[in-house]
Design a protein. Structure first.
Length: 398
């Protein structure tokens, strides 16, 4: 299954089986068919960029008619649970769209960002500060309760669940901390009255590290106590940071290519030092999966036979960094999920989200897709269940 999927998604041929019509034709007609030559209904055909962009879906016969002036432009053909086909130059013709090896089945929609995902129960908090509890099975999703966390716990930009303790960073009202020991009755513990942009952030038993997710700015280090008293004790200027991870004394900063990564040593938290600063123009994203930092390649395929490679860095608790190797994948990977599953975006069609299977030793291959959605962050996971694009899905075999 792996070799078949890799061949399809790496060498995905546009495969027009009819002669192209002239570029100045009044209309062009696209026919989309699966591996058994059956029509594919609801396939999204997107052509061009910016002011030349046009999109439409195929009908029950797998046919869509497009304006003639999009003829010869680059196009993508995609549908959930199919491997997208990107066509360098689109003309009238028949184009293949093959099903993915596995499929995602939608169960229902949720509100908010997942804070805890367990067997049969899903906890979320939305931007307005409402806490939701859902019960779910493979066939249904039910909201069990919804209640505000508190008057000032609103405009929530980022969250961290550490054990049973939920940390919520707001736009302008500090960081609020709650106990979820009883998930049906969240209890406020304390509030840290910190100003400025408060995401991304990371927490230890006594330290809070805060980046600026909007601008290039200082990374601030705070000491805090559970009575709500906190104080800034250090800052490191200046970094653009989208994600922060912690392992022992190592604080991992991940942002754009200039911050891929920066690792701080906070053994002396009042005097943090930059232990490692990496910059490689071949990579422009990264994520932390302890004890590894995964760097995502800037471009997609090197050629049709060789996928681009993700780089693996090893981080120690003493903030030492070394190159551990590389692995191949047929999509940009932006997160790992338990059970040998990765999450990312298709190389050819960045508006297609992918679930992949494999390992860093063998590489990763796309096994299921969601068309028309693109984000570097997965909503939540408890395999085979996933929250993506505000919806609960189950990953199944055909």
């Amino acid at each position: 299954m792996r070799s078949i999927a890799m061949a399809i998604s790496l060498a995905f041929v546009s495969g027009c089986t009819e002669l192209p019509n002239p570029i100045d034709a009044q209309e062009i007609q696209i026919v989309v068919r699966d591996r058994q030559s059956r029509p594919v209904e609801g396939a999204l055909v997107q052509v061009g960029f910016d002011w030349t962009h046009f999109q439409a879906r195929t009908n029950s016969d797998g046919i869509v008619t497009l304006p003639g002036d999009v003829g010869g432009l680059r196009a993508s053909i995609a549908k959930t649970n199919y491997l997208p086909n990107v066509v360098p130059r689109l003309y009238t013709g028949i184009y293949p769209l093959y099903e993915s090896p596995r499929r995602l089945s939608q169960i229902g929609s949720i509100a908010g960002t997942v804070t805890r995902f367990g067997p049969g129960e899903l906890l979320t908090v939305d931007y307005g500060g409402t806490y939701h509890v859902y019960g779910y099975t493979g066939q249904s999703l039910t909201e069990v309760m919804a209640r505000p966390l508190g008057d000032s716990a609103v405009s929530i930009r980022a969250m961290r669940l550490i054990g049973d303790t939920l940390w919520c960073a707001t736009n302008s009202r500090g960081i609020h901390v709650f106990s979820l020991r009883d998930p049906r009755a969240p209890r406020r513990l304390f509030q840290l009255r910190i100003t400025g942009n408060l995401w991304p952030f990371a927490v230890t038993d006594s330290l809070l590290i805060v980046g600026d997710g909007i601008h290039k700015g200082p990374v601030r280090v705070f000491s805090y106590h559970t009575d709500g008293v906190c104080a800034e004790i250090a800052r490191v200027a200046d970094h653009y940071v989208r994600r922060i991870g912690i392992l022992g004394n190592a604080v991992i900063l991940l942002g754009n290519s200039e911050t891929l990564p920066v690792v701080l040593d906070v053994a002396d938290p009042r005097h943090p030092r930059i232990a490692f600063s990496g910059h490689d123009p071949g990579f422009d994203k990264g994520f932390f999966s302890a004890p590894h930092i995964i760097l995502t390649p800037r471009t997609g395929l090197g050629d049709a036979a060789r996928p681009a490679r993700h780089r693996v860095l090893m981080v120690s608790e003493q903030a030492e960094v070394s190159v551990a190797g590389e692995f191949a994948a047929d999509a940009w990977i932006t997160a790992f999920v338990p059970g040998g599953i990765a999450y990312g975006r298709n190389y050819f069609d960045a508006n297609t989200t992918c679930l992949l299977q494999g390992s860093m030793a063998t590489g990763f291959t796309t096994v299921a897709t969601i068309a028309g959605y693109s984000s570097d962050d997965i909503g939540g996971s408890f395999p085979p269940f996933f929250v993506i694009d505000g919806r609960l899905w189950e990953l199944k075999d055909p």
